[in-house]
Design a binder for this molecule. Structure first.
Ligand SMILES: O=C(O)CCC(=O)C(=O)O
Ligand SMILES: [Fe+2]
Length: 279
């Protein structure tokens, strides 16, 4: 799970980790100072994701050729980029957090694998595999609170300046920032040899297809789009029902609660009027 950059053969990175979908933290994968300086110089041009828990809610990608050239030419990334089996998204995301920030448990949508490099500071990653999925908010990729027993089983990795982490598609991750001024850049890509999609992700996309017939999933990877086509309509409808059920229950409980409040207030008002009339 943790390896030193000297111990890794970049040529075999795809075969050993990406194809076998094994997360890995590579210590001292790059020299962070030059990149950190480029990013700092450009801080007015690229928009980092600052806020607490920003990860799940904001998807602000930035596009900057100087940063892209630098990042995509780091030997380990270049090796993957040159591999015909990977399809990288050119835009990246920059996270800029202070100590204590938490990006809560979520998985990255669109079945993308992700690489994340740390420019400054440090973060703790908690990882849970897709075969032990957390329950998420309806129609969303963010885990519901609680589920403590499962969350306790997460693997913990500490990422420091100069480290790179690889997280395979559909793995749940939560990040806690350990130092002020922690910056990390996230790159995503699809492994074109891999047509596995998490069941819920596939069914959620199939629901989208019901409403938007030409909906294209993710970065238009044919293999994944074909997989979605094969979801039976009954499974799609069952998923729709399962996602809507908690919303209906919530609305139902709210209506009952408000009705009880209204009846109680009404009774109090009537009693007050009667008491006034008696006296
Ligand atoms: O750094 C963070 O807080 C969030 C990173 C993340 O979720 C990602 O790279 O996918
Ligand atoms: Fe993420």
């Amino acid at each position: 799970m943790i390896i030193n950059s000297q111990e890794i053969e970049y040529r075999n990175f795809y075969r050993d980790f990406i194809q076998s979908k094994k997360p890995i933290l590579i210590k001292s994968a790059f020299k962070p100072n030059t990149l950190n300086k480029i990013v700092t110089d450009k801080k007015d041009k690229i928009k980092p994701l600052y806020s607490r828990g920003a990860a799940p809610f904001l998807y602000t990608y930035f596009d900057d050729s100087t940063i892209r050239n630098y990042v995509f030419n780091l030997p380990i990334i270049k090796c993957l980029l040159d591999n015909p089996n990977t399809q990288f998204r050119e835009k990246m995301r920059l996270w800029h957090h202070n100590k204590g920030n938490i990006s809560y448990f979520h998985y990255d949508q669109r079945s993308t694998d992700l690489l994340n490099i740390c420019l400054s500071g440090s973060k703790q990653w908690l990882l849970l595999p897709p075969d032990a999925p957390l329950k998420c908010w309806p129609f969303y990729n963010i885990a519901l609170p609680f589920q403590r027993k499962k969350k306790k089983q997460a693997i913990s990795l500490i990422m420091e300046q100069g480290d790179l982490i690889y997280i395979p598609r559909n793995w749940f991750h939560q990040l806690m920032t350990l130092e002020h001024n922690t910056k990390n850049i996230n790159l995503i890509f699809n492994d074109l040899t891999d047509n596995q999609m998490a069941t819920r992700e596939r069914e959620l996309t199939s629901i989208k297809r019901l409403f938007i017939p030409n909906y294209i999933y993710g970065d238009n990877i044919a293999m994944l789009n074909n997989t979605i086509d094969s979801v039976p309509i009954l499974k799609t409808l069952a998923r729709l029902f399962r996602e809507l059920l908690p919303i209906f229950i919530f609305i139902f409980i709210t209506i009952i609660f408000l009705s009880i409040q209204a009846v109680t207030l009404g009774t109090i008002a009537i009693n007050t009027i009667i008491l006034k009339q008696i006296s």
